[in-house]
Design a protein around this ligand. Structure first.
Ligand code: DOR
Ligand code: ZN
Length: 339
């Protein structure tokens, strides 16, 4: 049994920088037409010059001319009308808003989201047709953070009706109705939030490799999000939020948030869609929805998957980055890429 996917996109990806970048870029570049690259480096990618230089490093690390890194600018206090205009003219279509302190690499994020200076930048983004991606979490109780952020999405979606807003990595079933309510609000779904729950993090032995922000939630949340993905709901695109960290930085007292899923994304998705008899919707979920929502080209890249067993590596790495442990390390899936 075989499956072809034309021009898939990963609309939320962390590629990091050298040397991690060199180790992880190939997993995405080979199988996706493009990916929205997150700007939460240290220092953040918060101006045009940094974004263009980072794009060059990514292209070099990918070594695959059929992959397009879609660059985003980190929304800091520094970003102003002139900088955003220049970035848009240079082809940058995305800005990413991190609430300060909400997650990995959010130290330079925004502390008052509805402050006049931020709203002014969003108004410019709306005028320029720049898309706003948001890590939507408050700093409240960990299981309520996403829901507590809903009022900000509502406010922004109403104030800027022509601004396309992306609610990143949905984790809470209550967010689905919110996305459906506003015409200009869309969302991404990760592999981990549609397949795992908090039990996978702390239900047995502590598993730091399943620790991410927003935290995995209840089985009810997971199942509702999975249904949205399986139905290829037109407002939701696939965004892996693959976020590699060194094994040593995950398995320690201050374990970093982030799940590294890039090496297994499409085989794992094929297995899930197959198990639920929805294989016919997978291409819409990983390709058509992103093409339509973000106005991305359908390229000639065709990814072929076949029903044969595929074992996820226990870890990846080498001399320069030591070890990174992928999601589902050691597990065997029944779908694989066709070589
Ligand atoms: O778990 C996460 N890791 N969530 C994020 O929002 C950031 C990411 C990272 O950069 O490691
Ligand atoms: Zn992320």
């Amino acid at each position: 049994m075989q499956l072809t996917l034309q021009s898939p996109y990963d609309m939320h990806l962390h590629l990091r920088d050298t040397p991690m970048l060199e180790a992880v870029a190939k997993y995405t570049a080979r199988y996706f037409s493009g990916a929205l690259v997150m700007p939460n480096l240290n220092p953040p990618v918060d101006c045009l010059d940094l974004a263009l230089a980072y794009k060059e490093r990514i292209l070099k690390a990918c070594g695959d001319s059929t992959f397009t890194p879609l660059m985003s600018l980190y929304l800091t206090e520094k970003l102003d009308r002139a900088q955003l205009k220049m970035a848009k003219e240079a082809g940058i279509q995305f800005i990413k808003l991190y609430p300060k302190g909400a997650t990995t690499g959010s130290e330079s994020g925004v502390s008052a989201i509805l402050a006049p200076k931020v709203l002014e930048v969003l108004e410019v983004a709306q005028d320029l047709g720049v898309i706003l991606s948001i890590h939507g979490e408050s700093n409240g109780f960990v299981m309520e953070r996403e829901a507590e952020f809903h009022s900000i999405f509502a406010e922004l979606a109403t104030t800027f009706p022509r601004l396309k807003i992306i609610f990143e990595h949905l984790s809470d079933h209550r967010s689905i109705a919110l996305v459906e309510k506003y015409d200009n609000l869309f969302a991404t779904l990760t592999l981990h939030h549609i397949t795992l729950s908090l039990d996978d993090v702390i239900g047995g032995a502590l598993n730091p490799h399943c620790f991410c922000k927003p935290i995995l939630k209840t089985p009810k949340d997971r199942d509702a999000l999975l249904q949205v993905a399986l139905s290829a709901h037109s407002k939701f695109s696939f965004g892996s939020d693959s976020a590699p960290h060194l094994q040593a930085n995950k398995e320690c007292a201050k374990g970093a948030a982030g799940i590294f899923s890039a090496p297994l994304l499409l085989p794992a998705l094929a297995e899930i869609f197959d198990a639920h008899h929805r294989l016919e919707n997978l291409e819409s979920f990983v390709a058509h929805n992103a093409q339509r929502i973000y106005h991305l080209p359908k390229t000639d890249k065709i990814v072929r998957l076949t029903k044969k067993s595929f074992k996820v590596a226990d870890s990846i790495g080498g001399d320069s980055i030591r070890s990174v442990v992928p999601l589902f390390a050691g597990r065997t899936f029944s779908w694989d890429y066709e070589c």
